[in-house]
Unconditional design. Sequence first.
Length: 428
Amino acid sequence: MLAAMSTADLRSSPQAPPASRERGDACPGSLRLHTADDGALARIRVPGGVLTVRQARTLAEASARLGDGELHLTSRGNVQVRGLGAGCGGELAALLDTAGLLPSPGHERVRNIVASPLSGLDGRGRLDVRPWLTALDTALCASEPARALSGRFLFALDDGRGDVAGLDADVTLRAAADGGAELGLGSAGEALLVSVEDAPRAALAAAETFLQTVRATGTGVWRVDELPRAHGSFIDLVGRRLAGDGIGHERCVRDAGRTDGPAPGAVGAGLSAHVPFGRLAAPQWRELTDAAVGEMRLTPWRGVVLPTPRADVDASLGRLAAAGLVTDPSSPWVRVGACIGRPGCGRSRADVQADATEARAALAPGGLPLYWSGCERRCGHPRGDRIDVVAAPEGGYLLSTAVTGQEPRTITLDHPSRLATALAAITA
């Protein structure tokens, strides 16, 4: 049965900033594991999504030896290993450390940096953000105050094309048209224009200013957009910090970002593959590492970009497709996402990945992406316009539109097999 209902509990507009955080940040990491219904979970931060082939193979070894054998990509280009047994934390840490994936144990949960995955590969960005990535990660790991950042605090490095500038990062660097760099803070419409050379140092200064502001306000918040507005303008505080550090800057209007990543297929001097639900079995991961030349780039859209010689692209795409990865931009999989659902999560009301798989054939070309969630938390949901498909307490699902500038519409869906009818009704 399809029926209209209240959308109050499913609105996707930003929530009002909370006054405080009453509990500590429990975000998992490589050293702080999270207990799930399918075993312990480790989240390995991969700044910029960049892995050497050696590091990628170490992650596969860790999952095969200690976990469920799969590797799970997150919406921040990080990697999760699930199904970990009790008491394996030390062995996991040793493996990661040997591969260079734990450069600073005290900072391992705060190395949350996304970067334009095609930067330097397709000639469309204004600059290659790799120097920013290296400099920011090095400075972050050397900063004693930065250890106090939440595991949810996010940096974004955008080469000017706008792809990661729309991901709601706390601190965003975006290459500007005039050769400088926009320093964006949360979702503020203004930015600070700094030089390309000063950009990584300015980003870290903004993060440290955030921590000082949190202490001054006593709120304990985790994200820039949660700072109370009554305590002055955060951008002014950052500007004063930059001036004190000798970093020249000026205010500017911030360019709007996008929320879409690279389409599957050939991309400049490389290739792009989408990973359904971000889940990679061992043979799929092996195909990716075999096709990679030097490195892999994990994307915030649960995909992988591989720098690949042009002569090898077609053959590599064929092997990846045969392994079950998505290399066709017209595939319905590109528009389907889901949280882990049952049986991995005790909060989930449904096996959302199985239901989403069954229903994907109902997706016509074009249209909004769908994100399936086992509960109202909608863990890992993408930014941007979409349709949320949330398991309902009484069974079935609630479909709710999340479109910028439009009031949400919600209907009920009693079974995934009726998705086509539901989509026609909610988008009419």
